[in-house]
Write a protein that binds this ligand. Structure first.
Ligand code: FAD
Length: 419
């Protein structure tokens, strides 16, 4: 028997390949998430016979859960700078061939009402369904139905062989195809389908993998900060958060375990264990100047009184206990300038050292993955002819704000034109 590669031994052992009963397709796609469904639609619209195999009981689980149930399906400001990858140029071709406007066009054709989210910085470019993320899944399934895509869920797959095409053994039968598209996503949130299957496949076919880590994920703390943040749990405020590589001005949320909110999720993708991050609680202000002005204009006032006009009272109270307990009842006029400058630095560059992140359990994305050096940026085809990788399994990760779905749509479309 010409079986070259035994990829997933579990399935191969429990399921003998029935070569006679094998059903054949032009393209088989593994994973019915955002990228897989978009690829299926594109390929089937070109007249290809497409089969999508989904391991989970439902298709598009992450789409359903995304954006708080309203799916932040793209971002008006999508551009290559919003993506992390060992090769920052890799995403350019796919993003330009299927843009945010293309996806918005599909959303509009299906009559789905959407809105752009307003943030502290004004309009964010983030587009959400007004009603429900179910509408995006329904739209993709309607397009699949119209184009004649065959979708099978609850299907455990093992790629058995690769010889003049791909031969798959599954617990729902045996399938063969000319092209195989791996759209299994990353490791984030196993209960929503996150699996290492795509990486395993890449490895088995000799493709290079870059180390994976959890991205867009809350920070945890183990020192005294943890108790402090727990006391502030539920409180949110606008900050600038920075490390040596980048900075983000967005909301920060205190939690029982540490820090979350858009600002923290964004910087987490640029954070390495052991590093510190700096938080500016008065973004856009010059705290040193501000405090000096308060001393001059409101000499009888307490620092906490003035600060409470700008920051949540509870946060000011904790800062006071931490940084100026000894001066808490002193009017500003009695503060030495040096002490005020010190407090200003703490407010504007508070150094924090996270113990870690919440990991894949709550991460929105997986950083790293299939090395783009082994993929064509135009088609997503790997160095193994006929084998494609799309979506999150690839080493391309977007910022928070709809960019990850746009990558799924764009990379899925690029492969769909080719398979
Ligand atoms: C809670 C949450 C909220 C998010 N919100 C947003 C948002 O609002 N906007 C945004 O842009 N991004 C968001 N993201 C990120 C976004 O969901 C992902 O980037 C995107 O879903 C990746 O698409 P994908 O198709 O590559 O992978 P996935 O959507 O993860 O799809 C992969 C599919 O493959 C299936 N699969 C896995 N293993 C196998 C196997 N062995 N055989 C067959 N099938 C398999 C999985 O069950 C899954 O259905 C969010 C992520 C999470 C976790």
């Amino acid at each position: 028997m010409l079986i070259r590669r035994l990829i997933i031994a579990g399935v191969a052992r429990s399921h003998k390949v029935n070569w006679v009963a094998m059903q054949t397709f032009d393209t088989i796609i593994l994973g019915a998430g955002a990228a897989g469904l978009m690829c299926a639609i594109t390929a089937a619209q070109r007249g290809r016979k497409v089969l999508v195999l989904e391991r989970s009981n439902k298709v598009g689980k992450k789409i359903l859960m995304s954006g708080g149930g309203r799916c932040n399906f793209t971002n008006l400001h999508t551009s290559p700078e919003r993506f992390l990858s060992a090769n920052p140029h890799f995403c350019k071709s796919a993003l330009s061939r299927y843009t945010q406007w293309d996806f918005i066009g599909m959303v509009r054709r299906h009559g789905i009402d959407y809105f752009e989210k307003e943030t502290v910085n004004g309009l964010s470019g983030q587009l959400f369904c007004r009603e429900s993320s179910k509408q995006i899944v329904a739209m993709l399934l309607a397009e699949c139905g119209k184009a004649g895509v065959d979708i099978r869920s609850r299907c455990e797959t093992g790629v058995v062989a690769h010889r003049e095409g791909f031969h798959l053994s599954t617990d729902q039968g045996d399938f063969a195809s000319e092209a195989l598209v791996v759209a299994c996503g990353g490791l984030s949130i196993p209960s929503l389908g996150g699996s290492g299957f795509g990486y395993q496949l890449a490895e088995q076919f000799g493709l290079r993998l870059l180390p994976t880590t959890a991205g867009l994920v809350p920070f945890t703390f183990s020192d005294a900060r943890k108790d402090l943040f727990a006391r502030l749990s539920g409180l949110s405020c606008e900050v600038t958060i920075a490390n040596r590589r980048t900075s983000f001005r967005e909301d920060l949320l205190f939690t029982h375990r540490g820090l979350s909110g858009p600002a923290v999720l964004q910087i987490s993708s640029y954070w390495k264990p052991g590093e510190t991050v700096e938080v500016d609680f008065l973004p856009g202000e010059n705290a040193g100047k501000l405090l000096a002005e308060w001393k001059q204009d409101h000499p009888r006032s307490l620092l906490r009184t003035q600060l409470s006009y700008l920051l949540p009272g509870k946060l000011v109270h904790e800062f006071e206990a931490l940084h100026w307990a000894e001066n808490s009842e002193k009017p500003l006029a009695d503060w030495p300038d040096r002490r005020l400058e010190h407090v200003a630095r703490q407010l504007q560059a508070w150094e924090l050292k996270p113990a870690g992140t919440e990991g894949y359990r709550t991460a929105e994305v997986t950083l790293g993955g299939v090395d783009t050096r082994d993929l064509s940026s135009k088609t997503m085809e790997s160095s193994i002819p006929g084998l494609f990788f799309i979506g999150e399994v690839v080493d391309v990760t977007g910022h928070l704000g709809g960019f990850n779905f746009q990558w799924a749509w764009s990379s899925g479309y690029a492969a769909g034109l080719e398979v």
